[in-house]
Ligand binder design. Structure first.
Ligand SMILES: NC(=O)c1ccc[n+]([C@@H]2O[C@H](COP(=O)([O-])OP(=O)(O)OC[C@H]3O[C@@H](n4cnc5c(N)ncnc54)[C@H](OP(=O)(O)O)[C@@H]3O)[C@@H](O)[C@H]2O)c1
Length: 283
């Protein structure tokens, strides 16, 4: 299977590392259907994987004042890419985000289902939801939503690096995605050309206190931080908009025969691998 990866950022590069020669990582910025067709005609892929997007630097608060750039990267780009893929009869797997859901879902277990409607207010989340809303009407398209990626490989985009670097951390409970497992699931979705929306999150939830506890146990026993509430995060000027905290149910992966490890098991193993990789990097 020849995979064309659009979006040479954190996720695009991580997938390329794991998929090797099977994948070609495109550096091209896609603004029109023609741009997308040019890449497709150059690479001649069997499937297309969209890891492009605009998350803002240093974080999603940037998107609040850069609405058009965010809309172009997160809403227009997936649409013109989908147009090109439909024209060429190619399957497209698009990376979505679980950050389109805010608070508890209207279900007894409070977990959002793949077909639930998003309720986002921040610009970043709205632009991601807008793409999901329209792309999910197309055949031959899969949408893989992830949340708060946790990677064994040290990197600025890795939740381990991010949370360990903050002096003030909110103690919230969330569904999360182990990157190593995610890359494998994406590959399976591409192989199956699976249509529809998929929550690519490890079963179970994770509290930040548990997460920092593992960091201190397995990576850095000298680490310290202060605990604050989600309201204090905005109140103290550490973020412009409150962050999305939620639980995602991943019901659709099972329907196409894909399973993921429970987070309780995957998290400790990821921290063990991260500690080893960090030691090598530090030496
Ligand atoms: N990382 C997360 O926490 C997370 C969580 C949930 C969902 N996601 C989604 O996963 C996807 C990948 O995220 P990431 O963490 O890899 O972000 P990233 O590191 O910022 O990478 C995104 C890449 O897309 C490129 N890009 C932007 N607009 C493009 C366009 N029109 N055509 C082609 N490439 C374009 C960016 O190029 P420039 O750098 O030149 O702008 C960048 O290389 C995004 O859709 C994001 O919304 C990420």
């Amino acid at each position: 299977m020849k995979i064309l990866i659009i979006g040479a950022g954190y996720m695009g590069q991580r997938c390329k590392e794991e998929w090797g020669d099977e994948a070609e990582l495109s550096e091209k910025i896609i603004e029109t259907k023609r741009d997308a067709l040019d890449e497709i005609e150059r690479v001649k892929p069997d499937v297309v994987f969209n890891a492009a997007g605009v998350k803002g630097v240093p974080n999603v608060d940037w998107c609040e004042d850069n609405q058009l750039k965010t809309i172009l990267g997160n809403t227009l780009e997936p649409i013109v890419l989908a147009q090109a893929c439909q024209e060429k009869g190619l399957y497209l797997l698009h990376m979505g985000s679980g950050c389109i859901f805010y608070g508890d879902a209207p279900h007894e277990d409070k977990a959002w289902r793949e077909d639930d409607f998003g309720n986002p207010r921040p610009v970043y989340s709205r632009t991601k939801w807008a793409a999901d809303l329209v792309l999910s009407t197309l055949p031959n398209v899969g949408i893989a939503r992830i949340r708060m990626p946790i990677d064994w490989k040290p990197s600025p985009g890795n939740l381990i690096n991010k949370l360990a670097g903050y002096t003030k951390v909110i103690d919230v409970e969330n569904s999360v995605t182990i990157v190593e497992d995610m890359i494998d699931v994406f590959h399976q979705l591409l192989e199956k050309k699976a249509e529809g929306i998929f929550h690519v999150t490890n079963p179970g939830t994770m509290r930040h206190r548990e997460f920092i506890g593992l960091y201190e146990e397995l990576v850095d026993p000298t680490h310290t931080n202060e605990w604050i509430t989600n309201d204090e995060l905005v109140g103290q000027g550490l973020a412009t908009k409150g962050r999305s905290n939620n639980f995602l149910a991943n019901e659709n992966l099972g329907k196409v025969g894909i399973t993921m490890r429970p987070i309780s098991e995957a998290l400790r193993e990821t921290f063990v691998k991260y500690a080893k990789a960090k030691k090598v990097d530090d030496e």
